[in-house]
Design a protein around this ligand. Structure first.
Ligand SMILES: [Zn+2]
Length: 91
């Protein structure tokens, strides 16, 4: 008899998430959902101002990331990106 595994809550991934979000992110490779081109975030075209930033794919101009800072915190939207790859740091 096989039982469906019970899911854990997101707090269970706190260690893994802190590994990911504690890195220099401009070197991470983002893959555009529009053209599937992969490039470092630092190579994207940046538009924005004081409150936030819009990152566009340098290959097709698709919006891959929107980042907004509000008085309460940060909003990150990545629906224009297919994936984000962050190289693991050596131990
Ligand atoms: Zn693209």
């Amino acid at each position: 008899m096989s039982e469906k595994p019970l899911p854990l809550d997101g707090n269970s991934a706190a260690g893994l998430l802190s590994e990911l979000f504690a890195v220099e992110i401009t070197g991470a490779s983002i893959t555009c959902d529009g053209c599937h081109h992969a490039a470092p975030i630092g190579a994207a075209r940046l538009y924005g101002g004081r409150m936030g930033a819009v990152f566009r794919c340098a290959h097709c101009e698709n919006v891959v990331v929107r980042l907004v800072r509000t008085p309460e915190g940060y909003w990150l939207e990545m629906k224009g990106a297919r994936s984000l790859f962050v190289q693991a740091r050596g131990d």
